[in-house]
Write a protein that binds this ligand. Structure first.
Ligand code: PLP
Length: 417
């Protein structure tokens, strides 16, 4: 029998010093590169230097013609939506379960986000999407939650059948793929975040991918005015005369951030391989415990393992509430076990229930309420998320987390009453 639970006065299972997980892993090469960049340029107005280098590398990595770096993922999404012609009154089907920045840029374009529920994997449920399509629906946006690719075959077929623009928020899923095809290449365009913990991190930053020349030009006009527009739009393009001002927003990435991302991109595939090994091990070990269901990937699907979303099933532990189970894991020293907070079903957030005090144009357009998206709310409420480590030397820590889960599930009855 395992020892007394730490929450009840016993000794914690995880004793390694904190932090247990940090990201991105910045080695000597990154530090040298950033110092060198400091000497070269800290402000770049055109597509040159590290900006050109990173855009070319991202373009090769994804096999996509155009890449535009941005200051954040939110900016990338905003530019992508604008460039795809989404505007006032357009309905855009978006996941109810995503980080809110997938959707908030639409509110600044006057579009109407139409939330759709997820399936048990936490990604868009194609059946729910279909029933939300109306004559006003213009686009369908997919988020690959926690790095696990959504069901793109079904979603792409729906978009094609209804002539919807398919767009990806690939902010969790750098390097993820379905049958070798990289996430971010399934629709007309894709937006990625590269902020702190993202699989490909710049510290802060983002980018848009597209094979569509017109989308590319308009992404530039939206957030990269003057030099980039003057150099990259063809002189004969009808919008060339706007090149100096573009649409007047500035969403350029910082060159030091671009340099960090360039270094990280060189390591991305090896990070993902390491993560895949440890994720498989964690799923095998934790998925066999009562109360825990581990994610399963269909054949041919590669996740970026931005997070490992475990599903807690209280009915397998006599109804023990997830909050109590989580508290017990935290007390065991599993400081990295997370119950996602701000990444939650959007109908639970005031901005999507009553946006009017902040966004007066939406006086009665968005009136979502708790209970509207049962699947998303169930998935979110039961999720215990772990980071996925990638190095061999992380294994003792991984094993101590597994031991803590065993201990809490073995002794869960001690937590009742
Ligand atoms: C799915 C998703 N979309 C968009 C964003 C916004 O990216 P950024 O923070 O770089 O603006 C995030 C950031 O966490 C995200 O997780």
């Amino acid at each position: 029998m395992t020892s007394t639970l730490a929450l009840l006065g016993g000794t914690p299972a995880v004793t390694a010093p904190e932090p247990h997980f940090t990201w991105p892993p910045l080695g000597e090469s990154a530090k040298h590169a950033v110092l060198a960049q400091l000497e070269q340029a800290v402000s770049i107005y055109d597509r040159s230097g590290v900006i050109e280098h990173l855009e070319n590398e991202l373009s090769d990595y994804h096999g996509v013609m155009h890449v535009v770096l941005t200051s954040s993922g939110t900016a990338a999404l905003h530019s992508m939506y604008m460039a795809c012609g989404i505007g006032p009154g357009d309905q855009v089907i978006v996941p109810a379960y995503t980080f809110f920045a997938t959707v908030t840029p639409l509110l600044h374009l006057g579009a109407v986000p139409v939330l759709a529920d997820c399936d048990e994997t936490g990604t868009l449920d194609p059946k729910d999407v279909t029933q939300r399509i109306t004559p006003q629906t213009k686009a369908l946006v997919v988020t690959h939650m926690w790095g696990r690719p959504a069901d793109m075959a079904s979603l792409k077929a729906i978009a094609e059948e209804h002539s919807l623009t398919l767009l990806e928020d690939a902010s969790h899923a750098h390097g993820a793929a379905i049958d070798g095809r990289r996430i971010g290449t399934f629709g007309r365009a894709a937006a990625f975040s590269m902020n702190g913990p993202k699989p490909l991190s710049a510290g802060e930053g983002g980018f848009v991918l597209t094979d569509d020349d017109e989308v590319y030009y308009r992404v530039l006009l939206h957030g990269q005015y003057n030099k980039r527009c003057r150099n990259e739009l063809p002189d004969a393009h009808p919008l060339y005369r706007y090149a100096v001002t573009g649409m007047g927003l500035k969403f350029r990435i910082h060159p030091l951030a671009a340099r960090i991302a360039l270094d990280q991109l060189g390591h991305l595939d090896s990070y993902l391989e390491g993560r895949a090994t440890i994720a498989t091990y964690l799923c095998e070990q934790l998925g066999q415990l009562p109360g825990i269901t581990a994610p399963e990937l269909p054949p041919g699907v590669r996740s970026s393992w931005y997070g490992l979303p475990l599903c807690y099933c209280s009915n397998e532990l006599d109804g023990l509430p997830v909050a109590r189970f989580y508290d017990a894991l935290q007390a065991e020293g599993c400081r990295e076990v997370d119950r996602p907070g701000s990444t939650c079903p959007l109908n639970l957030l005031p901005l999507f229930q009553e946006p009017e005090p902040l966004l007066p144009a939406y006086n009665d357009e968005l009136t979502y309420a708790p209970g509207d998206f049962p699947a998303a709310e169930a998935v979110h409420g039961g999720t215990l998320k772990l980071p996925v480590w990638h190095r061999e030397e992380d294994m003792p820590l991984v094993d101590s987390y597994i031991e803590a889960f065993h201990k809490v599930t073995d002794r869960y009855r001690d937590l009742q009453g």
